[in-house]
Write a new protein. Structure first.
Length: 53
């Protein structure tokens, strides 16, 4: 499992990883995108609780 973490760290330090992280930060700070994500999580949460898991 530590190999996976090493690869994630390595990607995060690479130029492509830094661009990806910055893009995710910009997207996460957008209020409209944040509301969409909360709706999605709410749907998943309600679906999970009604499925009997």
């Amino acid at each position: 499992m530590s190999g996976v973490l090493q690869r994630i760290k390595q990607f995060a330090r690479s130029p492509q990883g830094r661009r990806t992280i910055e893009q995710v930060r910009r997207t996460a700070s957008d209020p409209r995108r944040r509301a969409q994500a909360q709706q999605l999580f709410g749907k998943l949460r309600s679906r999970r609780s009604t499925s009997g898991m």
